[in-house]
Ligand binder design. Sequence first.
Ligand code: ZN
Length: 68
Amino acid sequence: MRQLLGKISHRGVTEEVYLAEIVRCQDCQVTVPMGIEVVRKEGKFKKIIKHGWYCRVHGADYATRVLD
Ligand SMILES: [Zn+2]
């Protein structure tokens, strides 16, 4: 299960931030029941240029950015 928290677009790059279940954080390597998933897409073909998973602490910046 994942839920879109929000997305932002800037200079042809779209960043989507999701609340996702059972995520292993890339920064601290801890697996959490609810984490943050970040997908960054570029251009009209929506090529994925970044796909990351974070715990709530390390994903907080991404979540804050799309919720502003
Ligand atoms: Zn973390």
